[in-house]
Unconditional design. Structure first.
Length: 367
């Protein structure tokens, strides 16, 4: 489609030898597949305004609350098992713990309280708050929130920490961009699934890619974030998330497509992985595998945590997708009741539990 060319969606487009291959929005639109539509871009930033209108239907609300609460629950369940070997969870907790906080045991490398979520959910909540307070996507406001959070957060990924050391996201440069194919842009992106349900796929894709490249220079980090959100958007609508994922993988730029296609294939197994789950590819693939093979939310999240290593992040992505598929009713009560956390914001500290997380979820639907 013709029209006035818009700026490329790249925070480093002014200088530097590295370019994010194919993560661009040109000529005002992306023409890839159904629902691509027109993407409005202003000053290099894709425009997203939150939905307005009558309240969404109850089933969508239940799935959206499931997505947000599910992500936080998965994050908190996995937190004590971060950096530990595969199989540690099932060896430590071979049968369900139905009393108290259940399997939300706390501890781990950062001394998390039982049920406390980590940086994965914290960054996502900052994104959700920015979307709500700015009535849409505002990367300058978001950057302030992430930098405020990052000043005292105990667990910040190295790629994200380096990026947040810059006062302006436009000035971020990584000394070795090829080493930034990590899962940090994927883990925090789940609020954009409900927040973009009312817009076309091209706009949703552009926003997800843009939030990713503010911190992660490698294109795989951005495309993993979009693929995860695309699957969640389909699930929130009651559609098949894996069919949506297949369609979106086919549209990923050729330079990144083959590894995503192989690792997101229905026949893939974590034993086949060539990269760890701290990577964008590995994290997304393990989360999709866990949800695809599971009988329900609980089974999916436990399978994700038991994979070890970056267990909290894989379980966070798994919980978001499984929650979108099954709805909040599928989240075990013992886990939902225990989930908690805090977030440093420009206005002070926020405390969260399942009630506030549900409110965040509903707010992302607009209305």
């Amino acid at each position: 489609m013709g029209g006035r060319p818009h700026a490329t969606v790249m925070p480093w487009s002014r200088s530097g030898p590295f370019r994010l291959r194919c993560v661009t929005v040109t000529s005002g639109a992306e023409r890839r597949g159904p629902g691509a539509g027109m993407t409005d871009v202003r000053d290099g930033v894709p425009v997203l305004v939150l939905r307005s209108g009558p309240p969404p239907d109850p089933e969508l609300v239940a799935r959206t609350v499931g997505c947000v609460v599910g992500a936080a629950v998965g994050d908190a369940l996995g937190a004590p098992f971060e950096f530990l070997p595969r199989g540690t969870f099932r060896r430590a907790i071979p049968t369900p713990m139905l009393q108290g906080t259940g399997e939300m045991v706390g501890g781990g490398a950062f001394g998390w309280a039982p049920g406390e979520f980590t940086d994965d959910t914290q960054m996502a909540l900052a994104l959700a708050a920015s979307l709500r307070d700015r009535d849409g996507y505002d990367p300058d406001d978001l950057w302030l929130r992430w930098r405020t959070w990052g000043r005292h957060a105990p667990d910040v990924g190295s790629t994200t920490r380096h990026a947040l050391g810059h006062a302006d996201w436009r000035d971020v440069r990584h000394p070795d961009p090829e080493r930034t194919a990590a899962n940090g842009a994927l883990m925090r992106a789940f609020p954009l699934a409900p927040a973009t349900l009312h817009v076309d796929d091209g706009t949703a894709r552009a926003v997800v890619l843009h939030q990713a490249i503010t911190t992660h220079a490698h294109p795989a980090a951005a495309w993993a974030a979009w693929l995860g959100v695309a699957a969640m958007r389909a699930a929130l609508r009651g559609a098949d998330p894996f069919a949506a994922l297949d369609a979106e993988v086919a549209a990923v730029p050729a330079s990144e497509r083959d590894r995503f296609a192989a690792m997101l294939d229905r026949a893939w197994d974590p034993d086949d992985a060539e990269v760890g789950n701290g990577s964008a590819w590995g994290c997304l693939a393990q989360a999709v595998w866990a949800v695809r093979r599971a009988d329900g939310f609980e089974d999916a999240v436990i399978a994700a945590v038991d994979l070890g290593s970056d267990a909290d992040t894989v379980a966070c992505v798994t919980g978001a997708l499984a929650g979108a598929v099954h709805g909040v009713v599928a989240v075990p009560e013992r886990w939902a009741a225990a989930v908690n956390g805090r977030l440093d914001t420009p206005d002070g500290e926020e405390r969260h539990d399942r009630t506030t997380l549900a409110a965040v979820a509903v707010g992302l639907l607009g209305g």
